[in-house]
Design a protein around this ligand. Structure first.
Ligand code: ADP
Ligand code: MG
Ligand code: ZN
Length: 756
């Protein structure tokens, strides 16, 4: 395996110097400084070269993976050069941490300061005095700080040694954390002093992001130092997320087997962080949630708790971890699909910074993709286009059967030739390979015919001979190549083309809408085809999680019997047909879920399932209990006790309270407030009350939310619908633009009137 210090030539960068000959100035100084000041006995990776480059006054660009030791590349020169270095860093929350680290090396706290909007006037004055007097060698600033004229004037009046721009990928919208203020840095630096050298540093940069950085920061013929992005010690695995219950169970199990080891779980939204943390806590795991909605004191406390190991697991939105310097994080779990490969790389990169074990597990469901798309819905079109491209790249990474490392490295523009990395799920369980020489030739012929002007999807449509409107528009159905790959399906061509991209037989131009282009290697291959073995992609079929939010909240704690669950669903379908009712009126999905977990074989036992009351058990329960009894008998089922996961304790008994207050026609907002529930949680409770057979007359509340016609429309819809999903209902009723609460409350009314 390549190690972290290997130099890689990167395609598409302007003026990349293959061999950089940097004059060694101050060489005596820098070795002793490394020892005396920082206490390290040798440089890591390409630190030394980068430091010389900066000391010689060159613009310098350092690309090293997380934990590679980028900070030293500017900290050490700052100590040597006359004046104070300005370090631009994106997150105010982490500046203090960084300053503390620098101060830790020095006897004098004045050596480093930060200047940002969190300081008061007196503090600002003190910082300025230290800078003016020359005591301060490193000044950390937020990009916003540099946009203030008074600060610029101040910086013009003192001796500055150089600019360092940390997390430089923030300058590019193709990176994983675009910060528009970064775009103005060049302008600001020019105003302070055009002549000063600039050092840019980042841990993640695809070739595209790299060239954005060089361009937007206006780096002048920079010396570029790139280390390999491979992280030898990280293990990558991707698992389908089929049932949320099961996913949570396997996470709890994993963490329980890794007692005392620190880890991060990333999720997409705040609510999930809290729910997951709650479940972990219920299972004796020291966990906390972390997200931008918490106040800063609480966030700082939780971050500290994690650093000093009072907290084992932090369940966080991606807001957490940027710049976190905890070397011994042993696992990073993605509960949702990250929005780009860069995000994934950056987030998993926080594991194993000390070079020891680091497990990276991602749970993936198709639903995550729509969630990510949903998150972008309000963004401007160009941003959505970029976002969609990034998601589609991530998807291909997730679904691939090829070595994960190979795909990651390829994404970062590195070559990766190792047959089996030995540290990813696909390499540990390699799939059989299929010869695809003839098909590869077909692909190349099509791409040639299309002259590199069309994307993956279009190319596949030509191969499969599909007459889409755009194909017809270009008259491509007349091409001799049209339909030459009919005998194979879309998945096959997808797998093949992605692997041809990995092998450089083709190239995808992400900047240009993902057009598929020819490469010299592809040209050669077409002339003289050789064996081309591919693995067919995991399709992750069925990786479609049920509704995550409610499932996590209503978590029953143990794994569902998938087979039984399907049988119960079928039975419900049959009964529904017989009774002329929508299936969910009979039992909710959550009830079936419980049945497939608890195996109730009598009506009394059936009542223990969520959403099944006496009335319901009597009315609909019999065939279900019979089916389960037979299933239990046939399959010799005993209650599984290998690993029992505790679920979250039911939040008090709200039910009686709710029933009484609805009787009194108390506004729902008030009920919710009194019980410390959100409206959606209240409705959830109400639905489970109604589902178990108690009537709630909600008309007083409904009349406030919807007029009569609207109510009729929704009831009509529910009468004929196939699924109880509110998402589907919203789509089907899109023209009316009903919100979730409106549909939910009508579904409750419907259940009440038709189900009981
Ligand atoms: P990055 O910013 O690239 O993610 P940091 O600058 O935070 O990485 O450094 C990561 C870790 O490596 C820190 O704990 C740092 O003290 C350590 N480190 C940096 N340079 C060296 C070196 N030459 N020898 C040993 N450890 C080093
Ligand atoms: Mg850093
Ligand atoms: Zn591998």
């Amino acid at each position: 395996m390549a190690n972290n210090t290997k130099t890689k030539a990167v395609k598409s960068l302007p003026k990349t110097k293959e061999k950089i000959s940097v004059k060694k100035s101050h060489s005596h100084d820098i070795d002793t400084r490394l020892q005396s000041h920082f206490g390290f006995n040798k440089f890591k990776g390409r630190q030394e070269e980068a430091i010389h480059s900066l000391l010689n006054g060159h613009d310098t660009f350092v690309i090293m993976p997380t934990g590679g030791g980028k900070s030293l590349c500017y900290q050490l020169p700052a100590m040597i050069l006359e004046g104070c270095a300005i370090v631009v860093s994106p997150l105010i929350a982490l500046m203090k941490n960084q300053v503390d680290l620098v101060r830790g090396y020095s006897e004098d706290d004045n050596v480093a300061h930060f200047l940002n909007s969190s300081l008061n006037k007196g503090q600002i004055k003190a910082v300025r005095e230290d800078v003016t007097s020359g005591k301060t060698k490193l000044l950390y600033v937020a990009p916003e700080t540099l946009t203030k004229q008074e600060n610029i004037d101040f910086f013009k009046s003192v001796k500055i040694s150089f600019f360092a721009v940390d997390e430089a990928h923030c300058i590019s919208e193709w990176g994983h954390d675009f910060r528009p203020e970064y775009r103005r840095l060049r302008e600001m630096m020019d105003e302070i002093n055009k002549e000063l050298p600039v050092i840019a540093l980042t841990a993640t940069a695809t070739p595209k992001v790299q060239s954005d950085i060089v361009k937007n920061l206006g780096l002048r013929e920079p010396n570029i130092f790139i280390s390999s992005f491979n992280r030898d010690n990280l293990y990558y695995e991707i698992q389908p997320k089929i049932k949320v219950d099961q996913t949570i169970k396997s996470i709890v199990k994993f963490i329980s087997q890794n007692k005392g080891k620190s880890g991060i779980i990333y999720t997409l939204n705040r609510k999930t962080t809290e729910e997951l943390a709650e479940i972990l806590i219920a299972n004796n795991i020291k966990a906390v949630a972390y997200h931008a909605g918490l106040d800063s004191k609480l966030r700082a406390d939780r971050q500290d708790g994690f650093l000093n190991e009072d907290v084992q697991v932090i369940v966080a939105t991606i807001a957490f971890g940027m710049g976190i310097d905890k070397p011994d994080i042993r696992f990073v779990i993605h509960y949702n699909m990250p929005k780009s490969i860069e995000n994934y790389y950056q987030e998993t990169g926080r594991a194993g910074r000390d070079g020891l074990e680091g497990k990276c597990i991602l749970y993936y469901s198709h639903k995550d993709v729509s969630k990510l798309e949903h998150l972008m819905r309000d963004k401007p079109l160009s941003e959505r286009e970029v976002g969609a491209q990034l998601i589609s790249e991530t998807l291909s990474f997730v679904e691939t059967s090829v070595c994960r490392r190979k795909v990651l490295m390829h994404y970062f523009g590195e070559e990766w030739d190792l047959e089996n990395c030995g540290k990813c799920d696909n390499c540990l369980h390699p799939k059989e390979k299929t010869e695809a020489k003839e098909e590869a030739v077909k692909v190349l012929k099509v791409v040639k015919a299309l002259d590199g002007r069309f994307n993956l999807e279009y190319t596949i449509n030509i191969l499969c001979g599909r007459q889409t409107p755009s194909i017809v528009m270009y008259r491509h159905e007349k091409l001799p190549e049209f339909g030459i790959g009919k005998e194979r399906d879309v998945h096959f061509w997808n797998s093949l083309i992605r692997q041809m991209l990995l092998e450089d037989l083709l190239r995808k131009d992400i900047e240009e809408y993902g057009l598929i282009k020819f490469t010299p290697k592809g040209e050669k291959y077409l002339k003289k085809p050789t064996s081309f073995q591919i693995v067919l992609n995991n399709l992750f079929e069925g990786a479609d999680a049920d509704d995550e939010e409610s499932a996590a909240a209503n978590n029953t704690g143990s794994a569902t019997d998938e087979v039984l669950f399907e049988m119960l669903k079928e039975l419900r379908q049959k009964q529904a047909k017989k009774l002329g009712l929508p299936p969910f009126v009979i039992f909710l999905e959550t009830s079936l879920n419980d049945m497939a977990t608890l195996y109730p074989t009598t009506l009394l036992e059936l009542e223990k399932c969520q959403g099944v009351g006496k009335g319901k058990a009597l009315k609909y329960g019999k065939p279900f209990a019979e089916l389960i009894a037979k299933y239990v008998e046939d399959n010799d089922i005993e209650k599984p006790d290998d690993f029992v996961m505790k679920s979250v304790v039911n939040k008090g008994n709200n039910k009686v309270y709710i029933i009484q207050n609805v009787d009194k026609k108390i506004p729902l907002d008030t009920i919710a407030k009194n019980k410390d529930l959100r409206l959606d949680q209240l409705l959830e409770e109400m639905e489970s009350i109604v589902a178990s057979g108690t009537r709630l007359n909600l008309n007083y509340a409904i009349d406030d939310m919807l007029d009569e016609n609207e109510q009729d429309d929704i009831i009509d819809y529910f009468r004929g619908c196939e699924t109880s999903s509110l998402d589907v209902a919203r789509e089907e009723l899109a023209e009316f633009d009903f919100n979730w609460e409106q549909l939910k409350i009508m579904r409750i009314k419907f259940l009440c009137e038709y189900g009981n």
